[in-house]
Write a protein that binds this ligand. Sequence first.
Ligand code: HCB
Length: 214
Amino acid sequence: SLEELIPKAKNAIKEFDEDAAKEVAQEGIDSNVDLVKLIEDGFTAAMTEVGDQFEEGSLFLPHVIAASEAMSAAVELITPVLEEQRGGAEEKHGGVVIGTIAGDIHTIGKDIVATMLKIAGFELYDLGRDVAIESYVNKAKEVDADIVASSALMTPTMTEQLTLEEQLKEAGIRDKVKTMIGGAPVSQKWADEIGADIYAENAADAVKKAKEAV
Ligand code: HCB
């Protein structure tokens, strides 16, 4: 059951055990549990703890790398299953240009958000990580995007989300798109400050607010 798998998922990440993480993911798939909950309450929750311990200095970068590799391996197994389960979503929503902002290489959260939006029926244009601001702008123009979503995991790279707002204005398309921002240090307050349309706390919130916006 989900209640049994969540602690197992957490342990796999906290023990940097990629094989165990994949096993938990596979068990979750085989036993038909809510895989989104398994990702959020299991793997993501443990990743946050790893981040806190890194900040405190009780864990080091190689630990964070090993934990994120274990998490990515589990999410990679789960993603196609989720896509299939919810595949062919009846409703079609708008187009979303998404990426991790310039200077920032954290992709795990962005990938989860992209997957959940895709499953919900959005057309996704994933630009990857360390995405130059002009690339978001150019892609948004090219595909006539409804939403431009950026992820920032670090305090210094958050400021690039303001640059994105400015450059969308300069390109004359700010009123044609909704902007969505997210990432651990990002908040509703920051969204208000820079004039972003949507702040999403997690993937489920991103889907809900994106649907409301377009
Ligand atoms: Co990294 N790192 N890291 N890191 N890292 C953080 C982010 C720190 C907070 C850790 C710390 O010090 N406490 C910190 C940033 C400090 C700061 O500025 N405030 C930090 C640092 C400093 C660094 C390096 C500079 C370390 C170094 O080299 N000395 C370096 C960065 C290099 C660079 O980017 N230029 C670095 C590297 C790494 C990796 C490579 C080891 C690894 C990333 C692997 C990868 O992504 N492929 C990593 C990781 C994993 C983390 C932590 C531990 C976890 C991040 C994560 O994946 N969380 C993180 C600690 C933390 O966040 N508390 C730490 C899990 C996901 C699922 O959560 O928040 O990303 P999420 O996403 C959520 C949510 O925010 C929302 O939905 C998602 C799903 O629920 N969301 C969006 C996310 N994006 C959205 C976009 C939208 O539009 C809407 C919603």
